[in-house]
Design a protein around this ligand. Sequence first.
Ligand SMILES: Nc1ncnc2c1ncn2[C@@H]1O[C@H](COP(=O)(O)OP(=O)(O)O)[C@@H](O)[C@H]1O
Ligand SMILES: [Mg+2]
Length: 158
Amino acid sequence: MGGITQVSQEVLITLADNEAATVALGAKLAERLPMGAVVFLHGQLGAGKTTLVRGCLRAFGFEGAVKSPTYTLVEPYKLGHKEIYHFDLYRLSEPEELEFMGVRDYFHANALCFIEWPERGEGILPTADVEITIEVGPEGRVARISGPATHNWECMSD
Ligand SMILES: Nc1ncnc2c1ncn2[C@@H]1O[C@H](COP(=O)(O)OP(=O)(O)O)[C@@H](O)[C@H]1O
Ligand SMILES: [Mg+2]
């Protein structure tokens, strides 16, 4: 990870051009995200959204493979008393499909939910507590994190 700029409740984090930088950011997120948080992940295909979730899961002690739930829509992880749900809604044809899979049951106080392509589930998904956008520019990747100021996002630069 490189430089950081903070704008009120938003932090920008420049990611080094290697996967490990995104994994490391995920691990830092694991320290800051409270259980019950709903995290929207934005960014083009290949930006590093799934890599970020993998970093977070590793920090929580999950050692297995983290596959992209592109076809299953959601991948559940149980780590001790924590539940982590990783959604990828890229292939969702309509938000109502989420109703059929009982999506509301996934969002509770003991669950941390990461959602890639959340705009596809608009109207059914709850609002996000934290939004993360990974932008891929000519200078590399920049992660933009916005959420409640009470979470001390500036510590992400440590
Ligand atoms: N900071 C980074 N620099 C270079 N490559 C990265 C970085 N972060 C992730 N990647 C790579 O980008 C590719 C796509 O990552 P992935 O997490 O699957 O993207 P997404 O879920 O946004 O489609 C993977 O090969 C991953 O290793
Ligand atoms: Mg992905």
